[in-house]
Design a protein around this ligand. Structure first.
Ligand code: NAD
Ligand code: TYD
Length: 364
């Protein structure tokens, strides 16, 4: 039985992780610590809150006293650290929050974990740090995918802040013996993803009949993984991973951005042609007038320092821990589209005035 502290549990991956874990390990306790930034949504966890083994704490990972008291009070033995500023474009416009949360916040958690788990009353524990493949930088078309030994070369303020946090986690293991593991995952997609990220942005814009902004030539490549396959990897690392090790998680699923956008257009066009209810619900969608949504594709100015290609070599987690993603891209993207179609209240509430102001300033 574990007592977990899940930071950032009201965000996209954290929310999915909480449901994954409560479902798979009903005997475990989970405390979520989340500051509810623009990306956090307490309502995501409303089902979890019906479970007596779950508790939500509204607070910041930068609050060391709070973190220490949670570790003691809830007898936490496992931290799964998702909390972060996570959007590359926002890190280009305003890097400070990324430095505060991703670097100083991670260090605050590490200090609290060391104090409670190592200094005060030594106990068995685990600090699992969630990171990204973006720390490795950008690949050329024929480069082999990133392995755990690929040198770090982060290019955006987001990636640099995540790289710094990875180094701090590693250093707390090497220097103080904190029992850590790290995972570096490729791009995730699935339910609850904030509609500033490519896949939910494209789907919701198609449904609203708005332009589909493709940065530059759209030939940049990302390696897409369904969110619960990320959670499956984290689960295996928590259960069987070796202390002090890093594991890459990915689905061997490279796509150019423009092909992802075209795929979303095709899927929606086909769905609307077979379902009259959708036509009524989403009257601004071009498919409601029998038009193909590809007419909405708009090439816009490229992102500064835009990484050309990411790809993950997941051989280590596959061979050492028996990892294998359950979802194919075909099934995962259909599930995601269905979730967006069924949860329009969720994303319409998020796409409020402040979100639209941010989106508009991003394209200036
Ligand atoms: P997200 O932006 O959807 O959610 C982040 C959550 O962290 C939000 O609930 C937010 O309120 C919370 N948070 C932010 N600052 C905080 C603070 N100072 N204290 C407490 N809570 C705070 O992010 P996500 O996409 O779910 O990503 C989660 C983690 O996974 C991040 O560490 C990210 O770097 C990593 N990751 C994401 C992807 C991806 O494709 N989304 C891929 C690989 C790794
Ligand atoms: P994103 O979802 O922001 O993830 P990341 O930058 O962490 O990989 O973007 C995925 C890719 O899609 C990235 O190459 C940038 C591109 N992109 C667009 O072309 N248009 C958009 O509106 C957004 C948000 C992203």
């Amino acid at each position: 039985m574990k007592n977990l502290l899940v930071t950032g549990g009201a965000g996209f991956i954290g929310t999915n992780f909480v449901y994954y874990w409560l479902n798979k390990y009903p005997e475990d306790h989970i405390v979520v610590l989340d500051a509810l930034t623009y990306a956090g949504n307490k309502a995501n966890l409303s089902e979890a809150q019906k479970n007596p083994k779950f508790e939500f704490v509204h607070g910041n990972i930068l609050d060391e006293t709070l973190v220490e008291s949670l570790l003691i009070h809830h007898k936490i033995d496992t931290i799964v650290h998702f909390a972060a500023e996570s959007h590359v474009d926002r890190s280009i416009h305003g890097p400070d929050e990324f430095i505060n949360t991703n670097i100083v916040g991670t260090h605050t958690l590490l200090k609290a974990a060391k104090k409670i788990w190592l200094d005060d009353k030594p106990q068995n524990h685990r600090f699992h740090h969630i990171s990204t493949d973006e720390v490795y930088g950008s690949l050329k078309p024929n480069d082999p995918p990133f392995t755990e030994t690929t040198p770090y070369a982060p290019n955006s303020p987001y990636a640099a802040s995540k790289a710094a946090s990875d180094h701090l986690v590693r250093a707390y293991h090497k220097t103080y013996g904190l029992q850590v593991t790290i995972s570096n995952c490729s791009n995730n997609y699935g339910p609850y993803q904030f509609p500033e990220k490519l896949i939910p942005l494209i789907i919701t814009n198609i449904l609203n009949g708005k332009p589909l902004p493709v940065y530059g030539d759209g030939k940049q490549i990302r390696d897409w993984l369904y969110v619960d396959d990320h959670n499956l990897g984290v689960d295996l690392i928590l259960e069987k991973g070796k202390i002090g090790e890093t594991y890459n998680i990915g689905g061997n699923n490279e796509w150019t951005n423009i092909d992802i956008v075209k795929l979303a257009c095709d899927l929606i066009y086909n769905k609307f042609s077979k379902n009259k209810d959708l036509v009524k619900t989403f009257s601004n969608c071009p498919s409601s007038q029998g038009k193909h949504p590809e007419t909405l594709i708009t090439h816009v100015k490229d992102r500064l320092g835009h990484d050309r290609r990411y790809a993950i070599n997941a051989e280590k987690i596959t061979s050492d821990l028996g990892y294998s993603p359950r979802e194919s891209f075909e099934t995962g993207i259909k599930k995601t589209l269905d979730w967006v179609l069924e949860n329009k209240k969720w994303w319409r509430k998020i796409m409020d005035k402040s979100f639209m102001e941010w989106v508009n300033c991003n394209y200036d």
